[in-house]
Design a binder for this molecule. Structure first.
Ligand code: NAD
Length: 505
């Protein structure tokens, strides 16, 4: 395997290898990209011990927030300086197209790290001088302190970005963290560790352990020294993490699945909505939890909209993700391909019509990739499995509705509540619909626009807590109230209700 890079893990400021390895393969070609040390429970425990020691000695939590911000900025700058190299690595690691890897995965990761640095500078870590007048004169201090050792469990679809959403607030708030990437996509997280190491993040503050989720992820979720776990992934595994976290009552943030309802009103700019609908369900070949995968069309525009959607979809290029002209890349794995194909068959069995199915690349070199053609299923109803379950692939189901009220009812008839969208020329109408939707994010005349200054997360079974936004550090801090008596007068003390002032005089 000459020329194939090998990545050790990053623990306590050192690169740590293991006796067995994982293989990372390019989803477009199935070629071996790298081998990676395979961690286990022992290594997970080592990483937690390193993070615990770094927290206890105060090397990071006692570093002033401005200095913590400077280091987070420096990590972001280090990633930016390697933008092209890391974009290419991201493409090879998980099949993101070069365009989306650059703009979303790298671009957002860098910008969001800088946002968390700005939060470190502005966050109210201590508010003192709070005057308490009753029942006694006292001063109050409200402190927000780091929780300690955090664990971040990250999926394969946006590995670097979703790691930044955990590492950024954790480190801005003064915690230490152990990150666990998905075993299919550990490379960009290990490059994130390299960046942190190069800019001088103290040893033990960030640790990356690679290995199977059911072993390493499960250990981190239940570890008694981990005080907070942030998880992004499937709803099913999220519930397992939540149950494991109950063992020592960890703080928990969960970003889980979705079945985004995309409502196109009868007054929408149809061509704009067509492009937005395709973008909404095809970014990352549909492997994005916030995708718009249920298209709810008003009856009056249904046929014309589907006609335009199919015409536009047929212009999209599915192919080599490294080519900047490619619109859609492969799925992550053979397993994911089989899952998506199963759902396309299930939709047809339930009575859906395949209104569009694109092509997959036939060129040499891509034959062993995990390709599924973009597929539009019309004639769906909201009780079908293709409308209720997360497919996580390039599949759109189209459902007719009579009016805005029915569109809202169908949109909300889901166990998920992560994302939704409304297309209308009338902002008041769209906002009225948005107010009724049970969804953590609603886009009006747009999709996928995640803004670091606003919280991201799901309602219902799409998650718990929020990442991003001005309160992001709240999820990584404990509040402590310190009461300082100002009277120095024994007679006035309220504990005289138990111990009389006279008796203690
Ligand atoms: P997954 O739940 O299988 O894996 C996610 C992560 O959890 C991986 O790192 C995995 O190794 C780890 N893991 C697996 N079993 C574990 C266990 N028992 N204990 C602890 N960790 C464990 O999900 P996936 O297949 O990587 O991603 C697809 C799913 O994730 C979809 O349902 C998608 O919607 C969801 N997702 C949600 C978001 C979001 O922001 N809400 C983002 C990306 C993916």
């Amino acid at each position: 395997m000459t020329g194939i890079p090998h990545y050790p893990m990053y623990i306590d400021g050192r690169w740590r290898d293991a006796s067995s390895s994982l293989e990372v393969r390019d989803p477009a070609t199935n070629e071996l990209v790298a081998t990676v040390a395979q961690g286990d429970v022992t290594v997970a425990d080592e990483a937690v011990a390193a993070a615990k020691a770094a927290h206890a000695c105060g090397v990071w939590r006692m570093t002033p927030p401005d200095e913590r911000a400077r280091i987070l900025d420096a990590i972001a700058d280090n990633l930016a300086a390697r933008f092209d190299e890391l974009t290419a690595l991201q493409v090879r690691e998980n099949g993101a197209t070069a365009r989306s890897a650059g703009a979303f995965l790298l671009g957002y990761s860098i910008a969001h790290l800088k946002y968390f640095a700005s939060l470190a500078r502005s966050y109210a870590f201590e508010e003192s001088g709070l005057l308490i007048e009753a029942p006694t004169l006292a001063a109050g201090v409200l402190r927000r302190e780091p929780v300690g050792v955090c664990a971040g469990i990250v999926p394969w679809n946006f590995p670097l970005l979703l790691a930044v959403w955990k590492l950024g607030p954790a480190l801005a708030a003064g915690n230490t963290i152990v990150l666990k990437p998905d075993d299919q996509t550990p490379l960009t997280l290990l490059e994130l560790a390299r960046a942190a190491d190069e800019v001088g993040l103290p040893a033990g503050v960030l640790n990356v352990v690679t290995g199977p989720g059911q072993v390493v992820g499960a250990r981190l979720a239940e570890h008694p020294d981990v005080r907070k776990v942030a998880f992004t992934g499937s709803t099913e595994v999220g519930k397992t993490v939540m149950r494991a976290a109950a063992g020592n009552v960890k703080k928990v943030t969960l970003e889980l699945g979705g079945k985004g309802a995309n409502i196109v009103c009868d007054d929408a700019d149809l061509d704009l909505a067509v492009d937005g609908t395709l973008f909404g369900f095809l970014l990352m070949c549909g492997q994005a939890c916030e995708s718009g995968t249920r298209l709810l069309l008003h009856e009056s525009i249904h046929d014309e909209f589907v006609r335009r959607l199919v015409a536009r979809a047929s212009t999209l290029v599915v192919g080599n993700p490294m080519d900047p002209t490619t619109d859609i890349g492969p799925l992550i794995s053979a397993k994911q391909k089989a899952r998506v194909e199963k759902y396309i068959a299930l939709g047809q069995e339930a009575g859906c019509k395949v209104a569009f199915q694109g092509t997959v690349p036939a060129e040499a070199g891509l034959a062993d990739g995990h390709w599924v053609a973009p597929t539009i299923l019309t004639g769906a109803t909201n009780d079908m499995r293709v409308a209720r379950e997360e497919i996580f692939g390039p599949v759109l189901v189209v459902i007719k509705c009579a009016d805005d009220a029915e569109a809202v009812a169908i949109a909300n008839d889901s166990e998920y509540g992560l994302s939704a969208g409304v297309w209308s020329a009338d902002n008041e109408r769209a906002l009225a619909i948005a107010r009724e939707l049970e969804s953590g994010t609603v886009w009006i005349n747009d999709w996928h626009m995640v803004n670091a200054m606003f919280p991201f997360g799901g309602m219902k079974q799409s998650g718990l807590g929020r990442e991003l936004g001005p309160r992001a550090l709240d999820e990584y801090t404990e509040q402590k109230f310190v009461h300082v008596d100002m009277t120095n007068d024994r007679a006035k003390r309220v504990y005289a209700v138990v111990v009389s002032a006279a008796a203690t005089a």
